[in-house]
Design a protein around this ligand. Structure first.
Ligand code: ASP
Length: 591
């Protein structure tokens, strides 16, 4: 019906004098008696439409009827606005369209959420009326930029000889460490598909099949408890490559991310990204997903407090634990109340407290000052590199809780004191992860990534007789990419030797029968000339959230689920009819 439709938001002063056809939604309508202004919106933005005193009565009536969110078409001539009405803050603010015809294409109820406002709107309402929410500028912007990011990825990967290949959604379980979503098979009674937690097995199979570079922008499903940056279904840019090492994969991923960032935000990022080993990341930042936009690095004080009179330190060190701390510049901004809150939060991680001391050029004050000998104070100045009055926060205990508590504290303090430069995009690779974790409670090894991750060469020998104490001695050929303290991707070089793969299964307590039952096709395929290969998956939702500076991944996903896993618009999940259950040979035990 429109032969030559122009986009509202793309009209410029160059179009002045041109007759255009427009179609879209009415965002606002002001009748100033004799002259009517309509703000017309389509996917590209808005433009001002004017009906002036020269208009026919029919045209005036049509303009008058056009209420908020009515769909109309407009024919008219673009003209420069009067000097006094020019708004240079708006992309189309120097022009308007003098209408000579307006048609009502459809009416609308009064929208339950405002479309044009930048104000906060309750998220439940936004999700319930997502079809309207998506008309709002910030959501429209997010969805369009997400599209552009995906297009950029496809372009870049296509140009680098990657094949885009789909893998099945109705699947067998893929071990990525989460719970599966199951789909009952009607034809095969009593049997279930699992929705893929990732295309891991299939992408490795594709390498064995000879498609030496694969990618897919793919939905993955993990039935986990949902946190702010998790969704039951999320999107990965999934890749796998043959005949490469980890460096080559990282290089390609850096270039890909550079393209995506350029496309989404017009910014140029520095590559290559800095690299940190897992151990270094945890030692310096308390976490394997470090936010390097601010310092406040963790310092180990175990050595210098070896003879400490302070019981908490003493007890931790004699139990084989650690004493660590961070130094925060003391500008007077840290109140007693804040410290109390930090202590409370630290306890959640299982540390006994957060003793502090204030230290600069002079003698230490406050907190545990009286337990710190002058010699210890001098050592603290040195190891924390103290050049100004600072507040030192310590904690003590087993390695993991201390790291977790200090990682959280670092972040909290940086946020509270405004130490984070929000304009930064700090990418970092974390490498040399341990291959396994050992759970004392369950008395078994777990894969830190997944069971197909290759061990580093010097760990292979240990596999035959690995003891729990040696768990972190076998390092993985794995790498994560972290942006501003959020893991945005992870991958590894894979095992391509069936014997090593079997040893790993054995260590993970996966019996040959279970391996056969779960991933026999991969184990079998490994015997038929599996090339050296590896890959990575990038979390598109998280990347978009960070690049667009949004608080939640829900704000960069067209139709997300709530923290309870519900879609408030479609109301999924929902009960099914007894007939459907019967057909599937299922019965419900209770609600
Ligand atoms: N399949 C892994 C994941 O989804 C990524 C990879 O190893 O390539 O986390």
């Amino acid at each position: 019906m429109f032969k030559n439709r122009s986009y509202c938001g793309e009209l410029t002063i160059q179009d002045a004098g041109r007759r255009v056809e427009l179609a879209g939604w009415v965002e606002g309508n002001r009748n100033l008696g004799g002259i009517i202004f309509i703000k017309l919106r389509d996917v590209s933005g808005t433009v001002q439409v004017v009906v002036d005193s020269s208009a026919t009565p029919d045209l005036v009536a049509a303009a008058d009827q056009a209420r908020s969110e009515f769909v109309i078409s407009v024919y008219g001539v673009v003209r420069k606005r009067d000097e006094k009405n020019i708004n240079l803050n708006h992309p189309t603010g120097s022009i308007e369209v003098l209408a000579d015809s307006i048609k009502l294409l459809n009416a609308s109820l009064v929208p339950p959420i405002p479309i044009e406002t930048k104000d906060q709107i309750g998220e439940d309402m936004r999700l319930r009326y997502r079809f309207l929410d998506l008309r709002r500028e910030e959501m429209r912007d997010a969805i369009i930029k997400r599209h552009r990011a995906m297009q950029a990825a496809r372009r870049f990967l296509g140009a680098n000889r990657f094949f885009e290949i789909e893998t099945p959604v109705l699947n067998k379980s893929t071990p990525e460490g989460a719970r599966d979503f199951l789909v009952p098979s009607r034809i095969n009674r009593g049997e279930f598909y699992a929705l893929p937690q990732s295309p891991q097995l299939f992408k490795q199979i594709l390498m064995i099949s000879g498609f030496d570079r694969y990618f897919q922008i793919v939905k993955c499903f993990r039935d986990e408890d949902l946190r702010n940056d998790r969704q039951p279904e999320f999107t990965q840019i999934d890749m796998e490559l043959s005949f490469v090492d980890a460096d080559a994969i990282r290089e390609i991923v850096e270039k890909l991310l550079k393209e995506i960032v350029r496309e989404v935000s017009g910014r140029e990022i520095q590559i290559p990204f800095p690299k940190l080993s897992y151990t270094e990341a945890v030692d310096r930042y308390g976490t394997d997903a470090p936010d390097t936009r601010f310092s406040l690095e963790i310092v180990d004080c175990g050595g210098m407090f070896a003879g400490s009179k302070f019981t908490m330190f003493n007890a931790a060190l004699s139990a084989g634990g650690v004493v660590r701390g961070i130094a925060v510049p003391d500008t007077g901004a840290i109140s007693r109340k804040m410290i109390d809150r930090y202590v409370e939060e630290a306890r959640v991680y299982g540390v006994p407290g957060l003793p502090i001391v204030k230290l600069g050029d002079g003698a230490a004050e406050g907190g545990i000052a009286k337990y710190c000998t002058p010699d210890e104070q001098a050592q603290l100045r040195r190891i924390f590199n103290i050049s100004q009055q600072s507040v030192l926060f310590f904690t003590a205990g087993a390695h993991d809780p201390v790291s977790a508590a200090l990682a959280n504290l670092r972040l909290k303090i940086a946020r509270d004191l405004g130490l984070i430069d929000e304009s930064k995009l700090n990418f970092v690779w974390v490498t040399d992860f341990p291959l396994f974790e050992y759970s004392r409670e369950e008395g078994r090894f777990y894969s830190k990534h997944h069971p197909f991750t290759a061990p580093q060469a010097d760990g292979i020998e240990l596999l035959d007789s690995l003891t729990p104490d040696q768990a972190d001695m076998v390092l993985a050929r794995a790498y994560d990419v972290v942006l501003n303290g959020v893991e945005i991707g992870g991958g590894s070089i894979r095992i391509n030797n069936p014997d090593v793969q079997n040893k790993i299964f054995a260590l993970l307590g996966i019996s040959p029968e279970e391996a056969e039952e779960k991933f026999s096709f991969l184990v079998e395929a490994l015997k038929y000339g599996a090339p050296p290969h590896g890959g990575i998956a990038l979390g598109l939702d998280r990347i978009m959230m960070i690049l667009l500076n949004r608080k939640s991944i829900r704000d960069v996903i067209a139709f997300p689920k709530t923290a309870n896993g519900r879609c408030l618009m479609s109301n999924a999940p929902s009960p099914v009819s007894p007939d459907q259950l019967k057909e599937l040979n299922l019965s419900l035990v209770g609600k």
